[in-house]
Write a protein that binds this ligand. Structure first.
Ligand SMILES: NC(=O)c1ccc[n+]([C@@H]2O[C@H](COP(=O)([O-])OP(=O)(O)OC[C@H]3O[C@@H](n4cnc5c(N)ncnc54)[C@H](OP(=O)(O)O)[C@@H]3O)[C@@H](O)[C@H]2O)c1
Length: 325
């Protein structure tokens, strides 16, 4: 038996309970990981509420990324052995002292990566890198506008966009979040709670607008983004943290020759595993070279998963929140 946070029914955070559960033996192609740390992601809250695209049926253990030690390997797993330090995505099951996942979804961690850094790495860096490099084909010298730039995926979009050679404009609410974006390489900062984002982007780009917009926020931020995007710009639809799914008016899409690019990172694991693996390879090389910081603003013990999620939903965190076992 191991300790785990169980979602007992779909709803709010009060449906989460700390329980003892049994972790099965890994099946063919699977590994069991002794979890040292688990990343918190906004989509975890959607899964608990029952509004996420990947539905889970209660009782289930939330959590889509972990770092830890391989404890057992199922039949056919040659890439890992017990004792290997790995990070992995899991679908669900991450908020537990152990989890079974596909070996193909795990990566060996660099020696200089801590378990806390590793647990917060795969989803946010994976999302931003693949979205910017592969889906939006961001080019050096282009202007990238990152919305929600102090949040989990936001900070990594700033960092990876900068490493790809873009000029990065970070937009977020409040000086603290903008300071984090600046620390991660942002060239220009916009407090979209206090400033007119459209006017600021226009003035920063000589009236042209942003070539690529990375939008994990949706709602009003998306609407304003469409007003300050360049001709032939691309807007990446990453998420709807604001709670409103914006609608793209096709007259503006037409007149400005814009591409509205939907992006769901986890689907690349199955649809384009080679592209997915290449993305991790570049990210890990950057990490090894000291180019990525893996910013974690809060850690909580596993038992405090509710507090951790409430901190995230209260917009109090920057970068990642990680649970430790
Ligand atoms: N497409 C994909 O493959 C993929 C992968 C991972 C995550 N996502 C999505 O990306 C979004 C962000 O995820 P995350 O883990 O980075 O979350 P996060 O760390 O909480 O960041 C979300 C940011 O959104 C902003 N925000 C605006 N209105 C908000 C509200 N009402 N409540 C909470 N935040 C609000 C906040 O910044 P300010 O306070 O500065 O506005 C916050 O920093 C989520 O919608 C998630 O589902 C998508």
């Amino acid at each position: 038996m191991v300790k785990a946070i169980v979602c007992t029914k779909l709803g709010g955070l009060d449906t989460l309970e700390l329980r003892d559960i049994v972790i099965p033996e890994p099946g063919p192609g699977e590994i069991r990981i002794r979890t040292r740390a688990a990343g918190i992601n906004f989509p975890d809250s959607l899964q608990i509420a029952g509004t996420y695209q990947h539905k889970a049926t209660p009782p289930f253990v939330p959590g889509m990324e972990v770092a830890g030690d391989v404890e057992a390997c199922g039949p056919g797993v040659a890439a890992f052995k017990p004792g290997d330090r790995v990070f992995a995505t899991t679908g669900t099951g991450g908020y537990a002292e152990a989890v079974v996942t596909k070996a193909a979804w795990a990566m060996r961690m660099p020696a200089r990566m801590s378990y806390v850094q590793g647990a917060g790495f795969p989803v946010t860096y994976g999302t931003s890198h693949l979205a910017l490099k592969y889906r939006a084909a961001l080019k050096a010298g282009e202007t990238l506008l990152v919305l929600g730039a102090g949040g989990g995926v936001g900070v990594t979009a700033v960092e990876t966009g900068k490493l790809m050679g873009a000029r990065v404009i970070a937009a977020a609410r409040g000086a603290d979040k903008l300071a984090i974006a600046k620390d991660h390489g942002a060239d220009d900062l916009i407090d979209y709670a206090a400033e007119d984002m459209r006017e600021r982007v226009k003035s920063l780009t000589g009236g042209r607008g942003a070539d690529v917009i990375y939008d994990p926020v949706g709602g009003d931020a998306f609407d304003t983004g469409l007003r300050c995007i360049a001709w032939e710009g691309r807007i990446l639809v990453i998420g709807f943290a604001s709670g409103r799914i914006a609608q793209a008016p096709t007259n503006i899409v037409l007149v400005k020759n814009i591409a509205v690019l939907g992006f769901a990172w986890s689907t690349y694991r199955t649809h384009k595993p080679a592209v997915f693996a290449d993305s991790y390879r570049e990210l890990l090389a950057w990490f090894e070279a000291g180019k990525l910081t893996s910013h974690v603003s809060f850690t909580y013990p596993l038992a405090d998963a509710r507090i951790a999620l409430a901190t995230l939903l209260g917009r109090k965190s920057t970068g990642k929140i990680v649970l430790t076992t």
